[in-house]
Design a protein around this ligand. Structure first.
Ligand code: BES
Ligand code: MN
Ligand code: ZN
Length: 497
């Protein structure tokens, strides 16, 4: 894919599709488009006047230009109301328009979205056009054997400008890095569990490390045993697939700078184990590694954009399966940190894996921690599929995470962590138990992990509702969404000093 800026005051670019944005509340054609509109018989002005095109957010109309201008088609895309317009609108409309262009087999697409768009910074808008386009064109079809639609038709994208502006190229670089990180996370989530085993995911992590010059460490089952990671080992006991604990290290900062640890739940399949899940919908549990996938996606982006900070990624990769060797309800195990855990339900496995991964992150010198996990079905009940749930032990660190999520336009919501909730995960025979009952399931699961953060500032992100989408919407695809990649990148970048 080629993406670049192009100076073109008169919209004479030779492309298959020229994308023009029209606001809902602006009733006349923008001044700098009037000459263009005259050339096509004032088609745009007529569409607006007759209210055939209202400019509602993501509304689409295609105009065939019949040789009157060099662009074969004009795609009008609605920008919605001026007052509601923001960075995320740019992503959405870019995705909507480029999907339409791709559907009609356009190869070259020019976006005229920077001119006439109010209140936005050129660099950020260019970045968002780039993100929206690449994410909008995404589809996971590697297992379809017919060649039709395998690859996007669109292979060249131009961002038009009235004046030369290197801010556009800067924005494109950031947008590409963020989109590719997000796409890596989507691909991993969509990949079936027979293909994406913990071993295969560790191989992919190794490739990300090699491509970006990260240090990498891969711990095997024997290492987990040796380190006393009884919680992690318990989860992997029932499966034939060897577990992997993968650590990537990016040293972008100075030696004594903060070390940001990104810890991801990487269950390449979660059957529930002995507390087995119902079969309906169980196939979605191939995506139970979305936390680790988001971390790996963010590491890709960080590797490309190189913020001046230190980051370690800790991925807990394994399967949760029933078998004669599997962990059983009632068993008690000991975590690396020394805390004992009574296993009430073997389907509450993510928090067990993360408990030891958090311990390892701390051992490696983490000074700030974020963990990401498709942790609880209760999260879907509480917040649905649009919003990621957050829990913390440190309000200031939470503030930084929320700021990063806002910059990324990803929706997050903090849940309370009053000590009363912590009481629910105390065991009568061990230090902790791995479920706190039906009520407040997302909070008690988060607080279980928090027990292993100790005093280190920590935020937990439960992405059970947001990592997977049942349908295509905006720039999000069906299946894996790649949620949190962008937030993690902004969080890392904002730690630069
Ligand atoms: N991976 C699941 C959570 C999940 C559910 C993610 C639906 C995405 C969609 C997790 O391991 C799990 O099974 N959690 C249990 C915990 C319970 C046993 C305390 C749950 O939420 O039911
Ligand atoms: Mn589970
Ligand atoms: Zn799980």
């Amino acid at each position: 894919m080629i993406i670049k800026s192009q100076k073109d005051n008169s919209r004479n670019i030779v492309v298959d599709a020229l994308v023009l944005g029209i606001y809902e509340d602006v009733k006349s054609v923008r001044e700098d488009l009037q000459i263009l509109d005259e050339k096509i018989g004032n088609a745009i002005q007529s569409l607006i006047r007759d209210e055939e095109f209202k400019g509602k957010n993501s509304e689409l109309t295609v105009i065939h230009t019949l040789g009157k201008i060099p662009a074969k088609k004009i795609i009008l895309v609605g920008l919605g109301k001026t007052k509601d317009f923001n960075d995320d609108t740019v992503r959405k409309v870019a995705a909507t328009a480029i999907r339409a262009a791709n559907k009609s087999k356009c190869k070259t697409v020019a976006f005229d979205l920077l001119n006439g768009i109010t209140n936005l910074e050129i660099k950020k808008s260019s970045q968002c056009i780039c993100e929206g386009s690449l994410l909008g064109l995404y589809s996971f079809n590697k297992y379809k054997t017919n060649n039709e639609n395998k690859q996007a038709y669109v292979n060249e994208i131009y961002i038009l400008t009235n004046e030369d502006n290197n801010k556009i190229e800067e924005g494109i670089l950031v947008g590409e890095a963020l989109a590719k990180g997000t796409i890596l996370a989507r691909d991993l989530v969509n990949e079936p569990a027979n293909h994406l085993t913990p071993t295969e995911m560790a191989n992919i992590a190794n490739k990300v490390a090699k491509d970006n010059g990260f240090e990498i460490e891969i711990l095997e089952r024997e290492d987990l045993d040796r380190l006393g990671m009884g919680c992690f080992v318990a989860v992997t006991q029932g499966t034939e697939q060897p577990p992997k604990l993968v650590v990537l290290k990016y040293n972008g900062g100075k030696k004594d700078d903060e070390v940001l640890a990104l810890v991801g739940k990487g269950l390449t399949f979660d059957s529930g184990g002995i507390s087995i899940k119902p079969s309906a919908g169980m196939e979605e549990m191939k995506g139970d590694m979305a936390g680790a996938a988001a971390v790996l996606g963010a590491m890709h982006t960080i590797g490309k954009l190189k913020p001046k900070i230190n980051v370690i990624a800790v991925l807990g990769l394994c399967e949760n399966m029933p078998s004669g060797r599997a962990i059983k309800p009632g068993d008690v195990v000991t975590s690396m940190a020394g805390k004992t855990v009574e296993i009430i339900n073997t389907d509450a496995e993510g928090r067990l894996v993360l408990a030891d991964c958090m311990g390892y992150a701390k051992k490696l010198g983490a000074t700030k921690i974020v963990d990401l996990a498709t942790l609880t079905g209760a999260c879907l009940v509480a917040l649905g599929t649009t919003t990621t749930a957050l829990i913390t032990n440190n309000e200031e660190w939470m503030g930084q995470l929320v700021k990063a999520a806002n910059e990324a336009n990803e929706m997050v919501w903090q849940l309370p962590s009053y000590p009363e909730y912590g009481e629910l995960i105390k065991s009568s025979i061990a230090d902790l138990k791995n479920t706190g009952g039906r009520y407040a399931g997302t909070i008690t699961a988060g607080l279980f992990i928090g027990e292993f953060a100790g005093e280190t500032p920590w935020v937990h992100m439960d992405i059970a509702g947001t990592a997977w989408s049942a349908k295509e919407a905006g720039y999000s695809a069906k299946g894996g969404t790649g949620v949190a990649v962008r937030t993690l990148y902004y969080l890392a970048r904002n730690l630069e000093n």
